[in-house]
Ligand binder design. Structure first.
Ligand code: TRP
Length: 460
């Protein structure tokens, strides 16, 4: 029995939904703090290279797998290969979805909570970073606060996914993405107008190569995957709601462009303000929740800007979380014949439950560690540093070497006939990168993550 699959209502609908997935906490919370911790401009340049030579090619590949098969990640691999092994690779993606949502939902919950903090004006109670970070610790030690906002966040995510692809995801993205862009541009203009903003710009633009190590490259690559939502089938799932009318390379380029420009704008907005108010740029994960509240109190109109900022962060998180949940839902709808509504309610609740230990890592479970990491850090580490790169590696191997490259090109050409005729170099670029660069580089990075690369290099 073949059910009719829902499709995006318009080309822009897909682009906004996919950019909504890509643009998230990764761009506004993670990117500025890892850039800040790793010396700014030099990190950003390496990150941009990773996006261009690995991110974009793998994104095209993932969307193509989804569109061709019209299936969730497990179904997509099954349909093209008929092999158990590849179905397992697909299911790793579904599992990664749960794991990412569990720590992602916690940070998103903080962001929701901070909208209320901003509205209450509580940031004006502190005048230095210690008191702001104490306040954060106080809030996150409060089980009701942290679990409550996690529940609220997952609840809203479920509400959107419940309404379906067109009426839920696409519609929400069409409202939230333009709003996000407007708020972010307003914040950037505000940041640039502050006295001393140029120090923040210099931090973002003047590379200091002295700080770059092997670890920096690993981080940049891992982040390129994370920020483009690659490696676990989220983009595959969104691609599966595409029709053959639209060009995949063109759409992918637009998504990558939007994701990158928004990370950079967020970086400008945040670092201009951080430097102008004399704060420390290398605040780590706390940059947003410890440093920024102080920054806002030191600028005119800071009250409004603080509300806008946490609203922006929450919107960005929401449009990403819906794509994570949708992977799980698509799997149960396609493969297990579940009704969407039943799947959303069941797996929304399960996601919440998986998120609870991450939330409790900040209070009652803070002493419980596995490999020296608490549950929250473990979920982040496992997903960002292992599951996503492994997923990306297998996705590129599958496309380049298992699927049959002639078939790949026939599928890719659909909707992109003009591009194939006029600019064949684009296709050749993609071919080289997906066949050689992506798998080899990801493999090396994984080896070095496991500490094996050094052993091998020392051997020679
Ligand atoms: N890309 C999102 C961000 O930058 C996070 C995200 C959404 C994600 N879906 C994903 C990451 C799938 C990895 C895989 O915040």
């Amino acid at each position: 029995m073949q059910k009719k699959r829902e499709h995006w209502n318009s080309k822009i609908g897909f682009i906004l939904a996919a950019s909504g997935s890509a643009i998230g906490l990764g761009n506004i919370w993670k990117f500025p703090y890892i850039a800040g911790e790793n010396g700014g401009a030099a990190f950003i340049i390496i990150y941009l290279v990773c996006i261009a030579i690995i991110g974009l090619p793998v994104l095209i590949g993932e969307v193509l797998l989804g569109r061709t098969t019209q299936r969730n990640p497990v179904g997509a691999f099954k349909k093209l290969s008929n092999s158990k092994f590849w179905a397992v690779i697909g299911s790793l993606g579904v599992i990664a979805g749960f794991i990412i949502l569990s720590f992602y939902g916690v940070v998103a919950g903080w962001s929701f909570g901070y909208i209320f903090e901003a509205i209450n004006g509580s940031f004006y109670d502190f005048n230095q970073i210690e008191s702001a970070s104490n306040h954060f610790t106080q809030l996150t030690s409060n089980v009701t606060w942290i679990v409550g906002f996690l529940a609220l966040f997952i609840g809203i995510t479920m509400f959107i996914v419940y309404a379906g692809v067109q009426k839920g995801i696409e519609r929400a993205s069409k409202i939230m993405m333009p709003l996000l862009l407007v708020i972010l541009i307003a914040l950037m203009i505000k940041g640039l107008s502050l006295q001393g903003a140029e120090k923040g710009l210099a931090f973002l633009l003047e590379p200091n190569w002295g700080n770059v190590t092997g670890e920096t490259i690993l981080l940049a690559l891992g982040h390129a995957f994370f920020t483009l939502s690659l490696g676990m089938g989220a983009m595959m799932t969104y691609g599966s709601y595409m029709t053959e009318k639209d060009s995949i390379p063109a759409s992918a380029l637009q998504i990558v462009f939007l994701d990158t420009i928004i990370a950079l704008i967020a970086g400008i907005a945040i670092f201009t303000a951080v430097f102008a108010t004399g704060q420390d740029p290398s605040g780590g994960p706390g940059l947003i929740f410890h440093t920024l509240p102080i920054v806002f109190t030191k600028m005119t109109g800071g009250y409004i800007f603080s509300i806008l900022f946490f609203l922006l962060l929450s919107i960005a998180a929401l449009t990403s979380a819906i794509s994570l949940l949708e992977v799980v839902i698509a799997y149960f709808v396609d493969e297990k014949d579940w009704k969407r509504h039943k799947a959303v309610i069941t797996f929304g609740i399960i996601t919440f439950l998986v998120g609870v230990p991450s939330a409790l890592s900040f209070n009652v479970m803070s002493d419980m560690t596995i490999f020296g990491l608490n549950f929250f850090d473990l979920a982040d580490y496992l997903a960002s540093n292992i599951l996503l790169p492994v997923g990306g590696l297998f996705i590129s191997i599958f496309i380049a070497w298992v699927w049959g490259f002639d078939k790949v090109l026939i599928e890719l050409k659909k909707g992109s006939e003009k591009l194939f005729d006029n600019s064949p170099w684009v296709i050749n670029y993609w071919k080289v990168f997906i066949k050689y660069f992506a798998p080899v580089l990801i493999f090396l990075v994984l080896l070095s993550k496991l500490g094996l690369l050094e052993i091998i290099l020392n051997f020679f």
